[in-house]
Write a protein that binds this ligand. Structure first.
Ligand code: NAG
Ligand code: NAG
Length: 281
């Protein structure tokens, strides 16, 4: 019911649809470099962005816009070679103690050992909803597309168009859902060798620094938040859900590539799993 009245609030802006295909993504237009003292760079007339990390500092950027619901794609090429100890984060987040957040984190590894793709969803300041995956390709050899669909009914994480995780709106069973707080896109590359690789056993090898991750082809179909209201360029994705073929792909990933799921970690939840676990794919 809550989400229905919220949808009504969206209808007016949706009527002013101006469907936009950004011909060439431009990092100057959409993002600001926020930290790293020159370690983050926008290159090739705005078509490429690189983050780097050395012993003194990592680096990061954020979107100029805030969004209330979005469908966003970004191509990332992760730190190659010995990336153990490094973490590349790419996420949506709102502000404050009861913030919402939708996270991708890429945990580096020794050359030839697999990255972990770590995901989490925070609602009203509460996370603890980790799912982790190996990838079915080497994420350092080339650019791959990491997408987030965030609409009033669901959050879908996809890699190269294959859904890997769905977080459904479970407000009907008492689980808060992100739908009132606008979020910004953030990304950063930093040192997390106290936990990232094999749980912190493998440390960052600083002789390999600087470590570099690259970004290109940002695309968005989003509701941009401005002075207290949100306006959407296209509305079809606001009701998007997984079709049968996508459900099958999701099952395939979860069966073959998922290495951790909080919803099956019975040691962690001896009193019973969080309620949304009964409502997840
Ligand atoms: C790194 O490689 C080891 C050995 O294959 C594996 O257990 C671990 O999950 C990999 N990823 C990370 C981030 O530790
Ligand atoms: C939506 O369209 C407006 C008007 O053309 C444009 O300024 C804005 O950047 C677009 N927003 C997104 C998220 O594509």
């Amino acid at each position: 019911m809550g989400s229905r009245s919220f949808m009504l609030a969206l209808i007016v802006p949706i009527l002013t649809i101006s469907f936009i295909t950004t011909a060439v993504a431009n990092f100057y237009q959409d993002f600001d470099i926020t930290w790293g003292d020159g370690r983050a760079k926008i290159l090739n007339n705005g078509k490429l962005l690189t983050l780097s990390l050395d012993k003194a500092s990592g680096s990061g950027f954020q979107s100029k816009n805030e969004y209330l619901f979005a469908k966003i794609d970004m191509q990332l090429k992760l730190v190659p070679g010995n990336s153990a100890g490094t973490v590349t984060a790419y996420y949506l987040s709102s502000q404050g103690p009861t913030h919402d957040e939708i996270d991708y984190e890429f945990l580096g590894n020794l050359s030839g050992d697999p990255y972990i793709l770590h995901t989490n969803v925070f609602t009203q300041g509460k996370g603890n909803r980790e799912q982790q995956f190996y990838l079915w390709f080497d994420p350092t050899a080339d650019f791959h597309t990491y997408s987030i669909l965030w609409n009033p009914q669901r959050i879908i994480f996809s890699v190269d168009g294959t859904p890997i995780r769905e977080f459904k709106n479970s407000e009907s069973i008492g689980v808060p859902y992100p739908k009132n707080q606008p979020m910004r896109i953030y990304s950063s590359l930093w040192n997390a060798d106290d936990w990232a690789t094999r749980g912190g056993l493998v440390k960052t090898d600083w002789t390999q620094a600087p470590f570099t991750a690259s970004y290109q082809n940002f695309g968005s179909d989003a509701c941009v938040w401005s002075s207290g209201s949100s306006s959407c360029n296209s509305s079809t994705w606001l009701n998007e859900e997984l079709d049968a073929a996508e459900q099958e792909r999701l099952q395939w990933v979860q069966k073959n590539y998922m290495i951790y799921n909080y919803c099956t970690d019975s040691k962690r939840f001896p009193q019973g799993f969080p309620p949304e676990c009964t409502n997840s794919a």
